[in-house]
Design a protein around this ligand. Sequence first.
Ligand code: 0PR
Length: 387
Amino acid sequence: MHRKGLSQQEIFDQLQQYHEKDMEYVSGNILGSMCTCAHPIAKKVYCDFLDSNLGDPGLFKGTKQLEDEVIKNIGVLLGDDAVCGHVITGGTEANLMAIRAARNLARQNNSIDSGEIIVPKSAHFSFKKSADILGVQLKEASLDDEYKIDLNSVQEQISTKTVAVVGVAGTTELGKVDPIPELSNLCLDENIYLHIDAAFGGFIIPFLKEMGYDIPEFDFRLKGVSSITIDPHKMGLTPIPTGCILFREKKFLEVMSIETPYLTEKLQSTIVGTRSGASAAATWAIMNYMGFEGYLEIASRCMNTTDFLARKLRRAGFRLVSSPELNIVTFTSPKISVTELAQKLKQKGWVVSVSSYPVAIRIVVMPHISRAHILRFIEDLKNIHSS
Ligand code: 0PR
């Protein structure tokens, strides 16, 4: 630290140099990210609420009300307006909270000490973190030939130690939606907690269903679903960090609440203590500003661009891993390896990601990607193929 502070201008000039090294979503070159430019209104509101701390909600009653309204509004979107939950940092924290609730509940009910969770092989790595932090064993269920959770494999892994089963609505690598109605029935029969990770899919599937896409139910409309992760900082256009965890019943929050004697709330069930109210306020603002129709339009645009990309790739001789279900396209080349292709694309300024199962180039068609970007990308791909 300098003994004497720098001037504002010096600070801004220096920061500019750092900022210039960052990539920008608007360039269209970020093709493998599940984040995008937050909406300007959400950014403004975020800055306005930077000082509010939801860790001590009695001091920030208005912001707490905004958090409650966000949870209720998302609950309505996901089929149950009586849900409870929190606006937190993202999918990782949400999944951790869900598994913590399930583990604590199982401990309370049948004195399981450690327990096991069953997740599909396609689950996000945050479940490995959750298992590690919470001391539960992670069991992986295999996938069927459409890369969705195999129900027989889940059934085989269920034991007296199972504390939760996880289904994914919008897998990280392929954007697949697991057969959640079947998982729900299975978990009701077996009396097991079912958590749905809709971190990515939560802000697009409801709109695609409205448009007539054939996607099965995945939310609280299914009686077996106990909790859902949904991230406004992915398809919801809210600034990072913003995730939400929703529980069907209050008991799931209560089972992990800790006494906080000197605060304005006496019990706390979030993992984080001091936590920003800015995310809750920004989500409230953007959901009210966009309305259902605003998100419908974003979903429609992203899916049109996804179909456009898929068509162009096929025509240029690339192989799609499978038909895109959401706005994620994964493909391979018949001529060069995935690693080499990713490297060559990087040399041309494109940052794609490489999926691990199956190994393929993965493009997440977020709202910042336009048809013009796709046309440039396809041109470069063709040049790579022909060189
Ligand atoms: N669940 C699912 C289904 C996810 O896809 C992710 C993140 C999470 C949970 C965890 O969410 P948080 O990262 O908010 O804690 N999926 C992205 C991924 O791993 C996150 C990401 C976003 C990575 C932007 C890179 C990036 O540029 O691909």
